[in-house]
Ligand binder design. Structure first.
Ligand code: PMP
Length: 351
């Protein structure tokens, strides 16, 4: 840190993204990307002609993309916010809906970025322990009296709350925003988007990074009552109005046009997940009940870090977290069936 950095960031611990090594070709099962390329329509649309327009700013209102998303999710364009990855929305939401008087609460084991935003904006944060089986007890968030942030399915466990559970949280927090981060909802969970017309405090956050194979495009969206969307727009126009580049905007529009392609690949991922779970269980692993494009697994004999290191030596990258409660586990992204078979044979050679 230089002497010029404001001292208010002295204690800020930045988020550490999963490793993206360039030293060799890994089977990358560590950052929950899709193993599949974007749809043919997306590949065709992001072409020379679009690139040649990069001298011009993109549409700051993202009207085309918002209209497509509104149609797709049965809401109006005024209920949609789009951004540079869903991390951007989380950032704006912490900025907009928390302050010195309104704190935040989230599960103790969840997406590692939530505590970073809380620290960045010096928000009082209450991290709630999971139950023994790593599930979230929705009652822990009833009458929270602060902004509630829950990933559903949760990460890195993949475990799911029902729409009814979320309704209970919304009903008892009518004066606070409830942010449901649905980054992984397309892999078998039921979205709570249908509740946005009923609850003006619900902010559903989604991403193109996982089920729509566009992690590199950086595209996220939120669906909510128009009031919350207007709040996010205010923050966007106070920080970076052109927050989505031209190529990502067009990629996002074409991705929505080709939803069947993504739906089919989500089915492939779910099948590969079922295969992986079965094979890991046969080999002495314990797993959480994951509805995401990853599984969370620990072995009865091999420690979490050891397994991570041994897999890396064999060219397979998974994600290990050093936090005490989950240090025996690894989060393993679900890739293609072939990649998962390679993982299983690497595990066999380790065991
Ligand atoms: N929420 C959760 C729960 C995540 O795991 C991730 C991916 N790391 C994100 C949000 C952010 O995804 P993106 O910024 O790529 O949309």
């Amino acid at each position: 840190m230089s002497k010029y950095m404001s001292s208010r960031f002295d204690n800020l611990e930045a988020y550490t993204p999963g490793e993206q090594p360039r030293d060799m070709q890994y089977i990358k099962l560590n950052t929950n990307e899709s193993p599949y390329p974007p749809s043919p329509e997306v590949l065709e649309a992001v072409n020379r002609e679009e690139v040649s327009k990069l001298n011009l700013y993109p549409d700051p209102t993202a009207k085309g993309l918002k209209n497509k998303l509104a149609d797709r999710y049965g809401v109006e364009a005024k209920n949609i916010f789009v951004s540079n990855g869903s991390d951007d929305i989380l950032n704006f939401a912490f900025m907009a809906f928390c302050d010195d008087t309104t704190g935040v609460t989230y599960p103790e084991i969840s997406y590692g970025f939530y505590p970073v935003y809380a620290d960045l904006y010096r928000i009082d944060a209450r991290a709630v322990a999971l139950k023994e089986d790593f599930s979230i007890d929705p009652k822990d968030y009833h009458n929270a009296g602060r902004t509630v942030v829950i990933a559903n399915p949760n990460a890195p466990t993949g475990m799911l709350l029902s729409v009814e559970d979320i309704k209970g949280i919304l009903d008892t927090n009518r004066n606070n925003v409830v942010l449901i981060d649905e980054a992984y909802i397309d892999f078998g969970g039921k979205s709570c988007v249908e509740l946005v017309n009923e609850y003006d405090n619900l902010l559903v956050v989604r991403t193109f990074s996982k089920s729509r194979c566009l992690a590199g495009a950086r595209l996220g969206f939120a669906i909510a009552n128009e009031g919350l969307i207007a709040d996010l727009e205010k923050i966007k126009y106070s920080t970076n109005p052109y927050n989505i580049n031209r190529l990502s905007l067009i990629a996002g529009e074409r991705a929505i046009d080709s939803d069947d392609y993504y739906f089919d690949h989500c089915k492939d991922i779910i099948e590969a997940r079922e295969y992986t779970v079965t094979e890991l269980k046969k080999r002495g692993f314990t797993l959480t009940d994951s509805y995401a494009n990853f599984v969370f697994a620990k072995h009865e004999r091999v420690g979490g870090e050891e397994l991570y290191l041994e897999l890396k030596k064999r060219g397979v990258l998974v994600r290990h977290f050093s936090k005490e409660i989950i240090k025996d586990y690894n989060r393993i992204t679900i890739g293609t069936k072939e990649q998962m078979a390679a993982l299983i044979s690497a595990i066999d050679s380790i065991l």
